[in-house]
Design a protein around this ligand. Structure first.
Ligand code: ATP
Ligand code: MG
Ligand code: MG
Ligand code: MG
Length: 463
């Protein structure tokens, strides 16, 4: 007999249907004449109730083994539930306990644990209601991303994880090494020679697949990457990980306007799809984590995002009726407190800020006619701040080369990037969306470590 997932039974199961379910016990309550067992298999937030009658073979011994955390398979038929709280339940004919679980030492007790406590239980925390809901939403979000781009004819390209360049120029690189740690080559000064790292050349874990995505866009027009990205962020914020997932579309024959339109349509699509696919989980977040989750989703789907220039953003921040920790000044980058003020307090919806000063943005962004700003755009979300960073790319060879030099970057090493401007160059644009930040935004989860199964931060890389 094939197993049925609990989510299917809860949504569509009908009385008299024969089922096999496999999962883990959440609770067992023995009353007079019956025992109620709540089973969860990860497919749904709610548990499926199995009601064991006391005339079931070996009733007492069996019920004793059905402790919290134990793994079981149950065959039986569905019956309409008499009790409150569920529509349907299982009348079992066969119950098999696979692995028992000692209720005295099982770390997940039937109470609410703090997220910090659960982070120390990375191997078990996915069995809790909240983390279960997070990872289902995360899954729905990834399939919505692929669906969005596939429906629009974008090609999913796989860009390398080991690269030679620091695309963002932010110096947050992890070196990849083939050096013998016991006997590394030394510089004449006696220090370890890291320039010899990767079979004699320097190499790093990628901070962004953008430059390679640009290569692919120059052949396929519309492409996207969706994969892991690494940044040596030596800080402990609730929005930065050392390993995170990024979605990066890149479009040829596209300008900043088209880029902003795509980013907005994209976020709307993700929210809409997740609400449709995970209504119970989203309801749960709204009840238990952040009471603005559903209103926020509604706001995203139904309202246009605000669009302002960086210069206007600075003017709004200067007029703000509150003090900021970091200075507000034309030419300085926006800090998360500024970004949150704009999205959360001032406009109360996502804000797209465009045309940032060239001095605070990467070399590849297209220089505007004012010679001071570049065609960049960041999407700022309430509670989170920046969730998307994007731009129109510099497609003019002479200006690009000047910008590379102004940024003290090696012109020769970027020969292939310059070639793309030499042979069939075209206006093109794209953006990077931090996948975990979107999941955070959508679920209302306060800390980015709780929306990825295995967070990598300076403090945590256990598994
Ligand atoms: P921030 O200003 O928050 O550090 P950034 O400007 O350095 O972000 P970008 O280089 O623009 O980031 O990367 C694109 C997107 O990737 C960001 O908008 C953000 O959503 C996400 N992102 C960047 N760094 C991290 C990180 N360390 N952990 C998780 N997501 C990140
Ligand atoms: Mg950063
Ligand atoms: Mg930023
Ligand atoms: Mg950015």
């Amino acid at each position: 007999m094939n197993k049925t997932r609990i989510v299917q039974i809860l949504r569509h199961g009908q009385p008299d249907e024969a089922v096999l379910i496999q999962g883990w016990v959440r609770t067992t309550r023995a009353l007079k004449g019956f025992a109620f067992v709540e089973l969860n298999d990860g497919s749904a937030l709610a548990n499926l109730q199995v009601v064991i009658n006391e005339d079931f073979p070996d009733y007492e011994a069996l019920v004793k083994r059905l402790t919290i955390g134990s793994s079981v398979a149950v065959e039986g038929v569905l019956v309409a539930s008499q009790g409150k709280g569920q529509r349907i339940e299982v009348n079992p004919s066969k119950i098999q306990v696979f692995g028992e679980s000692d209720p005295e030492t099982y770390p997940l007790q039937k109470k609410r644990h703090s997220f910090e406590f659960l982070r120390g239980l990375g191997h078990l925390r996915s069995r809790t209601n909240t983390l279960g809901a997070v990872f289902r939403v995360r899954n729905a979000c990834s399939s919505a991303i692929h669906q969005f781009f596939q429906e629009r004819g974008f090609l999913w390209v796989h860009t390398p994880l080991i690269t030679a360049s620091d695309c963002e120029g932010a110096g947050e690189l992890f070196s990849v090494t083939t050096l013998d740690p016991k006997n590394p080559p030394k510089t004449p000064q006696g220090e370890i020679d890291y320039s010899q790292d990767f079979f004699g050349k320097p190499a790093y874990l990628t901070v962004s697949g953008q430059l390679e995505a640009e290569i692919m866009a120059m052949a396929f027009s519309d492409v996207y990457t969706f994969g892991p990205t690494f940044r040596a962020e030596n800080s402990n914020t609730s929005r930065h990980l050392a390993e995170f997932w990024m979605v990066e579309p890149e479009m040829a024959f596209c300008d900043l306007q088209g880029n902003m339109d795509l980013a907005e349509a994209f976020l709307k699509h993700i929210f809409k799809t997740v609400l449709e696919q995970c209504p119970e989980d989203m309801e749960f977040f709204n009840q238990r984590i952040d009471q603005t989750v559903l209103a926020t989703a509604d706001n995203i789907i139904n309202n246009q995002f605000e669009r302002i220039s960086y210069t206007e953003a600075i003017a709004f921040l200067e007029k703000a009726d509150r003090k900021f920790e970091y200075p507000v000044e034309w030419g300085l980058d926006l800090q998360s407190e500024h970004e949150r003020y704009l999205a959360e307090e001032l406009f109360k919806k996502p804000v797209i800020v465009r045309d940032y000063p060239k001095g605070i943005k990467a070399f590849y962004m297209r220089l505007n006619d004012d010679n001071q700003t570049v065609a960049a755009m960041d999407v700022l979300a309430p509670k989170i701040g920046e969730i998307i960073g994007g731009s129109q790319r510099e497609e003019r060879l002479d200006i690009l080369e000047q910008r590379i030099q102004d940024n003290q970057m090696p012109l020769e090493e970027l020969w292939w990037y310059r070639d793309l401007r030499r042979y069939g160059t075209v206006p093109h644009a794209g953006f990077g969306l931090g996948f975990e930040r979107v999941v955070q935004f959508m679920t209302g989860m306060g800390n980015i470590r709780d929306v990825i199964p295995f967070p990598r931060t300076p403090m945590n890389a256990e598994f």
